[in-house]
Design a protein around this ligand. Structure first.
Ligand code: MN
Length: 343
C-alpha cells in the first residue's frame, strides 16, 4: 500500500532548510544506515548541512559507508543529539513508521515539535501502519523491498535529478544499494520488479556490487561462525506447525565473545529447511528479550508480533520485545504458537 502526503513539497522544504537531522531506527541495520547515508549524500550535493542520529552503534562492517563525525549515537552522546534536534528546521525519519522508533531521541523530537520554531517532519518508509498524522510529508510504500528502494524513487523524482541516476553521487548510489542488498537478504525476500530496476540502475551508475557484498556478507569474525554452528547444532528447536526457534542467552554470548551484529541473519537459517515456515530468534538483552520473527508465504509474523511480542513490522519479517526471564520464553512462545495456529 502506498500512502503519500505532500510529496511535491519535499524539494521546497529541503531548499529552505539550513539544519537537517536524519533519523535511523533503533537496532539499526543496513537499510537504516543506507537510507540515512544516501539522504545525507544527496543533501550534501545540494550544499545542505545535515546530521544523522541513530540510537546505538551499528555492526563494524557498515563502517565503510560512514565517514567520521556524520552520525551521532544517542546512547553515547544524548546531550549532543538533543542539541542537534533543538537546532534543526527539518527532521527526516527513514525506514521506520513513526518517530518513536528512533529510540531515546524521540523525546527531544516531541519537545521540539511543541516549541516556538517547529521543525518540519518528513517520513520515508516501507513498514506497515505509518503514523501519518505525526508528519508534514509522508512517503510510505509497503510494496517495495526497502526504504532505500523507496528513497531511490524519491530522489530520482527530485527536480535536480529528473530521472537521471547519474545525477546521484557514487557515494549516494552505494548507500542505496547497500540498503536494498541487506533488506532483501541478498535478494532472497521482498523483491519486486521495481527492486531489480533500482539495483540495475545503481550498478550502472558505478556501484561495485561485489565490494559491497564482501563488506556486508563476508566480513564476519571467526567467533560468529562458531556461534552459528553452536546455535544450529545445540540450540535450534523445531516444533509443531513448521516452526523453529533459537534462544541466545547472555551466558552463551559471553562464552562466544559475542559482539553486536554477531547473530545478524541467524533467524533466517531454519527457513532453509523444507517444512519450516516460521522462525523466531530470542536474544537476552540487559532488561528485555529481543524478538526477531521470519516466515514464508502467507504466515503473518507482523500479526504474531503485535499479538504476542509487543512489536510488529512486515508480514514475513518482524520484531518485538518480551519482558520475562529467558527460561520462560520457550514455554511462552510454544503456547502462543499453538494458540496462533489454532485460531
Ligand atoms: Mn527497511
Amino acid at each position: 500500500m502506498r500512502v503519500v502526503v505532500a510529496e511535491d513539497r519535499l524539494n521546497g522544504l529541503i531548499q529552505r532548510s539550513s539544519n537537517v537531522v536524519l533519523f535511523g531506527h533503533e537496532n539499526p541495520d543496513g537499510d537504516s544506515i543506507g537510507s540515512c547515508m544516501a539522504m545525507y549524500r544527496y543533501l550534501e550535493g545540494l550544499g545542505r548541512r545535515a546530521h544523522i542520529i541513530i540510537n546505538s552503534r551499528l555492526p563494524e562492517y557498515f563502517s565503510f559507508l560512514i565517514p567520521e563525525g556524520v552520525v551521532s549515537y544517542y546512547t553515547e552522546a544524548p546531550e549532543d543529539c538533543e542539541r542537534l534536534v533543538a537546532g534543526a528546521d527539518l527532521l527526516v525519519f527513514l525506514d521506520m513508521n513513526g518517530a518513536d522508533r528512533a529510540g531515546g531521541v524521540a523525546k527531544a523530537v516531541e519537545k521540539a515539535r511543541k516549541g516556538d520554531v517547529k521543525p518540519a517532519m518528513v517520513l520515508i518508509d516501507h513498514h506497515l501502519n505509518p503514523k501519518a498524522e505525526e508528519f508534514d510529508i509522508v512517503i510510505s510504500d509497503t510494496e517495495v523491498s526497502s526504504a532505500c528502494e523507496l528513497l531511490y524513487q524519491v530522489l530520482l523524482s527530485q527536480p535536480g535529478v529528473a530521472g537521471d541516476v547519474n545525477k546521484l553521487s557514487l557515494e549516494c548510489a552505494k548507500a542505496l544499494f547497500t540498503g536494498i542488498l541487506t533488506d532483501t537478504n541478498n535478494f532472497a525476500n521482498s523483491v519486486y520488479p521495481s527492486t531489480y530496476m533500482a539495483v540495475s540502475a545503481l550498478q550502472g551508475r558505478g556501484v561495485d556490487r561485489d565490494a559491497i557484498f564482501n563488506h556486508v556478507f563476508r566480513s564476519y569474525s571467526q567467533q560468529r561462525m562458531r556461534l552459528m554452528g553452536h546455535m544450529l547444532q545445540d540450540n535450534m528447536r523445531c516444533i509443531a506447525h513448521g516452526v523453529a526457534y533459537f534462544t541466545l542467552s547472555r551466558r552463551t554470548k559471553e562464552e562466544f565473545g559475542f559482539v553486536k551484529g554477531d547473530s545478524e541473519g541467524f533467524v533466517n537459517l531454519p527457513l532453509a529447511i523444507k517444512d519450516i515456515k516460521m522462525t523466531a530468534f530470542f536474544t537476552e538483552e540487559e532488561d528485555y528479550i529481543k524478538v526477531s520473527l521470519r516466515s514464508k508465504g502467507d504466515i503473518d509474523v507482523n500479526e504474531f508480533s503485535r499479538r504476542y511480542c509487543n512489536g510488529g513490522g512486515h508480514r514475513n519479517a518482524s520484531g518485538g520485545r518480551l519482558y520475562m526471564p529467558m527460561e520462560e520464553v520457550p514455554a511462552y512462545f510454544e503456547s502462543k504458537v499453538n494458540e496462533y495456529f489454532a485460531g
